[in-house]
Design a protein around this ligand. Structure first.
Ligand SMILES: [Zn+2]
Length: 289
């Protein structure tokens, strides 16, 4: 499943291919993905200039000259393939099955952008920019993990008085938007905090934030930033944007490393896997307190 860094990588790839370009033709090869496409979806995209690409949580946002925003969620297996015509190196990787190409977008400059999604949990919406913040998919989203609103004061207030464990609070999309299972595990390990500790236990009841909050904020930014950098360096010369890339997985310190040795130099611990709210949590009980 694409997590925030993968989505950010896709946004950057699409930005290079689409921003400032006119959408000439949109072909829908089925009536629905996870949900039906909006009425007159193709007609409302065709002829529009793409003003910019951005990301909110795990949503891809393409702002159009009409004042609408094309919203794309990649679901479990969605990805984009960019074919810039003869000028680019386009590699059909083995996993790419054209039967799962569901949306084909042709830009006026000859670039073809194909949305491929074998499991079809992804979806596309068209929302007026002015209504985006109040849209049901967006109105309850918390702060961006890489934005200025995620800071010690905010997190201290979010944790204050909470008996819920840290893992669950960090996974709560109403508090931090787009931070998924892998990066919560990694950030907790980096900051030396146990996923089973009560969130309220590292917050102060009043006054300034608890001293363990700042390292957590820094760790969240750090694990995401490093993953995005890894994604960016793997975007090959404009040719190929892949929402299901697996290249970050070599860098995980705890995620999917059950029974592995803790990577912290001073720690002799072993990575454990437990299940919290139906999701696997990986952590080192020796150095995460
Ligand atoms: Zn450890």
């Amino acid at each position: 499943m694409p997590e925030l860094p993968e989505v950010e990588t896709v946004v950057r790839g699409l930005d290079r291919a689409m921003t400032g370009k006119i959408i000439e033709r949109v072909e829908l090869r089925r009536e629905n993905l996870r949900f039906p496409f909006p009425d007159r979806f193709s007609a409302n995209l065709e002829g529009q200039t793409v003003a910019n690409l951005s990301r909110r949580a795990k949503y891809i946002l393409a702002r159009l000259s009409s004042g609408n925003v094309l919203v794309v969620h990649l679901g479990m297996s969605g990805r984009f393939l960019i074919d810039a015509g003869g000028a680019a190196n386009f590699h059909h990787e083995l996993a790419h099955k054209p039967a799962h190409d569901h949306v084909v977008i042709d830009l006026e400059d000859g670039t073809r952008i194909t949305y491929n999604d074998p499991r079809r949990f992804g979806y596309m919406l068209l929302v007026a920019d002015a209504e985006l913040d109040s849209h049901p998919r967006f109105k309850s989203l918390g702060v961006e993990p890489l934005g200025n609103h995620l800071n010690e004061t905010y997190l201290n207030a979010a944790f204050r008085g909470r008996a819920t464990n840290l893992k669950a609070v960090l996974m709560d999309q109403r508090i931090i938007a787009g931070l998924g299972n892998i990066y919560v595990c990694e950030a907790l390990h980096l900051s030396g905090l146990s996923p089973i500790r009560k969130a309220g236990s590292i917050a102060t009841k009043r006054g300034g934030p608890g001293k363990r909050i700042a390292p957590l904020v820094a760790s969240i930014r750090d694990v995401l930033t490093r993953a995005i950098e890894a994604g960016g360096s793997s975007l090959r010369d404009f040719g190929h944007t892949d929402g299901s890339l697996g290249y970050f997985q070599h860098n995980f310190n705890v995620y999917d490393r059950e029974d592995g040795s803790c990577v912290k130099p001073a720690c002799q611990g072993t990575i454990r896997r437990i299940v919290q709210n139906g999701r696997s949590t990986f952590y080192c009980a020796a150095c995460q307190k």
